[in-house]
Design a protein around this ligand. Structure first.
Ligand SMILES: Cc1cc2nc3c(=O)[nH]c(=O)nc-3n(C[C@H](O)[C@H](O)[C@H](O)COP(=O)(O)OP(=O)(O)OC[C@H]3O[C@@H](n4cnc5c(N)ncnc54)[C@H](O)[C@@H]3O)c2cc1C
Length: 461
């Protein structure tokens, strides 16, 4: 079994030939730091809107090296933040509804551009399932459905599936019921990143790889190879942001880990079903997420080691053996028919979490400094919407996107160490214990441990 090496997704399609690094100091109209989905989508829409713009993208490794080439491949319309917190903005609840509507449309926008640009990323819009495997999880699902209805989401946006309805789609051992949202697609994440990078480079964006940016200030991105001077400098570094000067407490690099099976036999797929390729998660506090891959495997992810002291990063995605074992146990429990396929690869990556778990898209017209991120694990579609929004903000266009409630949102800073480390580790220890308690008991009550964790962490529900 392979461990790390960035991700299975990259190994499966082959690592791309490196683009050259920045050859020396240069001027541009827009400098973008980071070639994940956020940076690439921003560059894409800027060039589409104004082909004459000189756009430079600076990437420390290669396009899609970060979360964008390692994620679970859920192109999800899930709000990357809290409705209640966003509703405190000037647009109130209507602004939140509009942001959610835009996110749902974004799933189709990603599909549209993939097709238009000839990006073969195995995209299938099969919706997403959140499956309950204990009475407490099921009670949470039903409560959540009520909340969704309270926010005006009808059955076309989310609905409850009884056990039999769920089983007709996919066989998950111990499942009691599920919520189903149709607005989600499955994708091969690295193929999407690679295709997007090719589209962006093809459109005339200067995409430099192996070019770490050492500092960002108004009008300037500084690298070892030289400076890029531009009236607009955009930070699109999500989980890596803490490494930049002055940004140590802006976004917490939360770790997420994944495993993938070998290809399942026809008999195993017959037993499991899953012909609709819905993305699938559970309703545990330390939740998992999974997809049926285009090449007939199951890829499943979860938290593993949630956070490394001092906002530390992984080494090219290498995962601890204990995490692989833990995810493997969950996989075999949920999908016993997949056991024979074994495990082919494990990897991990970091996603950016703001202190209030609410993503931001922002640009200061006085300094020309902008950034987007903090999607808290819901960034695949959100990065597209953020990229379109950043492009509008840079061009000074008033659009329906530039008034969405995440634009200009300010999150508090994270606590300094060791409080940050102790807090996040403690939180996930609480969640895991709460999950064990809920699974062992038959009560439909959410464990008090988890409730305490939610209050301390501020995780939105
Ligand atoms: C394991 C895992 C599973 C996930 N699953 C899902 C999912 O299924 N659905 C979903 O919606 N979201 C998911 N996410 C989150 C989602 O992948 C991210 O939110 C999204 O990819 C963020 O894109 P980005 O471009 O902002 O950041 P990234 O993709 O992390 O890109 C940032 C880029 O910036 C570069 N960079 C950083 N610092 C510098 C610097 N100083 N100089 C130059 N370059 C720099 C990095 O090398 C990187 O390429 C997951 C994340 C992980 C880690």
């Amino acid at each position: 079994m392979q461990n790390g090496e960035v991700s299975f997704w990259w190994q499966a399609r082959g690592l791309p030939p490196r683009r050259p690094p920045l050859p020396g100091s240069t001027d541009a109209d827009v400098a973008i730091v980071g070639a994940g989905y956020t940076g690439l989508w921003t560059a894409y829409y800027l060039k589409r809107a104004d082909p004459g713009l000189r756009v430079v993208v600076l990437e420390q490794h290669f396009a899609g090296y970060g979360a964008s080439g390692r994620n679970g491949g859920w192109v999800t319309a899930t709000l990357p933040g809290s409705r209640t917190r966003y509703a405190r903005g000037p647009q109130g609840p209507a602004g939140v509804r509009e942001l959610e509507r835009q996110l749902r449309e974004t799933v189709d926008e990603v599909a549209r551009v993939s097709q238009a640009e000839g990006i073969d990323a195995g995209l299938v819009k099969g919706g997403t399932l959140s499956v309950a495997t204990s009475a407490a999880q099921d009670a949470r699902l039903r409560q959540r459905l009520e909340q969704e209805r309270g926010w005006g989401d009808g059955p076309g946006i989310v609905r409850y599936l009884e056990k039999d309805e769920l089983a007709a789609r996919v066989q998950v051992t111990g499942a009691i019921g599920a919520l189903y949202w149709p607005d989600c697609a499955r994708v091969q994440p690295a193929s999407l990143a690679a295709g997007l990078a090719a589209a962006v480079a093809g459109a005339g964006v200067s995409l430099y790889e192996d070019t770490p940016v050492r500092s960002i200030s108004a009008g300037l991105a500084r690298t070892d190879a030289g400076d890029v001077r531009a009236p607009f400098v955009l930070r699109c570094t999500e989980g890596f942001t803490a490494d930049l000067p002055g940004q140590h407490r802006t976004l917490l690099p939360m770790n997420s880990s994944m495993i993938v099976t070998g290809p399942l036999s026809e008999a195993a797929w017959k037993a499991i079903g899953w012909d609709g390729c819905e993305t699938l998660g559970d309703e545990a506090h330390a939740y998992i997420y999974a997809q049926r891959t285009a090449d007939g495997r199951i890829a499943l992810g979860g938290r593993g080691v949630p956070y490394r002291f001092g906002s530390g990063l992984d080494h090219d995605g290498a995962v601890a053996d204990s995490t692989i074992a833990q995810l493997g146990r969950i996989l075999r429990r949920m999908f016993p028919a997949a056991t024979g396929a074994g495990l082919d690869h494990a990897w991990c990556g970091v996603l950016g979490v703001p202190r209030d778990w609410c993503a931001t898209v922002t640009m200061d017209p006085r300094t020309g400094l902008g950034w987007a991120g903090g999607y808290s694990g819901h960034g695949v579609a959100a990065a597209n919407l953020a990229g379109r929004t950043l492009a509008d903000l840079v061009r000074g266009v008033d659009s329906p996107l530039t008034t969405l409630p995440w634009v200009g949102h300010r999150s508090p800073r994270w606590e300094p160490e060791p409080a940050r480390w102790a807090g996040v580790r403690g939180l996930y220890a609480l969640y895991r214990t709460a999950d064990r308690v809920e699974t062992a008991g038959r009560s439909g009550r959410t464990s008090l441990l988890a409730r305490a964790g939610d209050v301390i962490s501020g995780i939105p529900h």
